[in-house]
Design a protein around this ligand. Structure first.
Ligand SMILES: Nc1ncnc2c1ncn2[C@@H]1O[C@H](COP(=O)(O)OP(=O)(O)OP(=O)(O)O)[C@@H](O)[C@H]1O
Ligand code: SF4
Ligand SMILES: [Mg+2]
Length: 385
């Protein structure tokens, strides 16, 4: 994807070239033509997550006894392939950041497993954990608070080398920091400046430089552009795309904005109340979504083409997101789903391949097959209640 292709970031998303060169045969569940997911056939995932949960205890009373749990992440499974970008979208509070923190071992899961390059890393401790931290790094959302204002940029970017001294010998660290500044498009001569001397976009570049300092293989980007102006968002997304190619990084890219996610992602997972509702490649999620929640999110994405815009109806979800401490029975989206049927309150649908009108892809809707049409075609007349 060229820089010019990304210039209209908030507009109609462009098609992104896949990161894998070896476009293999489409797998059974794939749409016509080799999908991005199909390019991974025969390739070992770099990261495999299975049934991951994170429950935070809720305590009450003077002696603070546990009265329940916030189920922030409640049974997440996915594979991430080398050089791939998996986008993760969902409303505020659905567990995206918690998932990100679990992946980089900033938090321990309640249950489930995380396998990195074939090795179970779920319960690593001590030096094994520190070694792992080199390979899976994170870039945080807020470039204003994630950088220590009392430290120079050189100290901030060079900080990981203090924890992992073997990566760059002490005599060569300054040169390496300058190299990193250059790599993320900042002036290496500004190594002794402080964060407040940089703009928001430049600060996020500093955060990215820190994230890639240890040559990781996986970078978790938690809303890396959400706090930035749209034009600056495009520059930072372009930077991430370029770095991915140059450094062969795999990204887990967390964001609210579906347009941004579409630009950068090979596959997208849509989260709701700690679970994936749907997962697929760009066409599957953006053009052939089968899950009403995804369709509702999609209906709110701005479309620059006036004709396409006129045909579309905004699907406004009723009610608030239920508490993750007490998710609804059955399909956890049923309290807000305009398609809900009586069975939806009883059965918890699995995230499995379901027919989407052109093959199939993973969806956790009991009635996915019935709703397998382009989100643009959904009209108010379709709405049941
Ligand atoms: N340390 C914690 N202790 C208790 N509850 C927590 C903790 N961290 C997160 N939560 C809860 O877990 C749920 C998921 O939070 P999380 O920050 O992962 O959501 P998110 O999808 O990243 O939201 P946002 O889009 O606003 O960043 C929320 O209900 C949140 O209040
Ligand atoms: S299973 Fe039922 S409630 Fe859940 S998304 Fe599908 S139709 Fe809606
Ligand atoms: Mg978050």
């Amino acid at each position: 994807m060229s820089e010019s292709e990304l210039s209209g970031l908030s507009g109609q998303p462009e098609t992104v070239s896949g990161t894998g060169e070896d476009a293999g045969a489409a797998d059974g569940a794939a749409a016509s033509g080799p999908t991005r997911a199909a390019r991974h056939v025969g390739v070992e995932p770099i990261l495999s997550v299975r049934d991951l949960t994170k429950y935070y205890p809720l305590s009450s009373g003077v002696i603070r006894h546990t009265v329940g749990h916030v189920k922030a992440v409640d049974g997440i499974s996915f594979d991430l392939f080398p050089g791939e970008t998996l986008g993760i979208v969902g409303e505020s509070g659905c567990g995206k950041s918690t998932l990100g923190r679990l992946l980089v071992s900033l938090e321990r899961p309640t249950s489930g497993s995380i396998v990195f390059e074939g090795r179970d890393i779920t319960d690593l401790k001590g030096s094994a954990m520190r070694r792992l931290r080199r390979d899976i790094q994170i870039v945080f959302q807020d470039p204003y608070t994630s950088l220590d204002p009392r430290k120079t940029v050189g100290d901030i970017i060079g900080e990981p080398f203090k924890i992992h001294p073997a990566v760059v010998p002490s005599g060569k660290r300054q040169a390496r920091v300058k190299e990193l500044l250059d790599l993320v498009g900042l002036n290496p001569e500004h190594i002794n400046r402080y964060p407040h001397e940089f703009s928001g976009g430049q600060r996020q570049r500093i955060g990215i430089a820190r994230g890639i300092a240890l040559n990781p293989k996986v970078l978790v980007c938690d809303e890396p552009v959400s706090a930035l102006d749209v034009s600056v968002q495009a520059q930072v997304v372009n930077l991430l795309v370029r770095l991915q190619k140059e450094l062969d990084l795999a990204y887990v890219f967390i964001a609210h904005d579906l347009s941004v996610v579409r630009h950068i992602s090979d596959r997208v997972g849509v989260m709701y109340l700690g679970k994936f509702m749907e997962m697929g490649d760009e066409d599957q999620i953006y053009d052939r979504s089968t899950h009403p929640y995804t369709q509702a999110l999609m209906s709110a994405v701005p479309v620059p083409d006036p004709q396409a815009r006129d045909k579309r109806e905004l699907i406004v979800l009723q009610g608030d997101v239920p508490s993750p401490a007490n998710p609804p029975s059955g399909c956890r989206f049923h309290t807000r789903c305009w398609r809900a049927q009586p069975a939806c309150a009883e059965q918890d649908p699995e995230l499995v391949p379901r027919e989407d009108g052109a093959g199939g892809h993973d969806s956790a809707c009991l009635f996915a097959e019935l709703f397998s049409k382009a989100s643009e075609e959904i009209t108010e007349a379709d709405q049941i209640g």
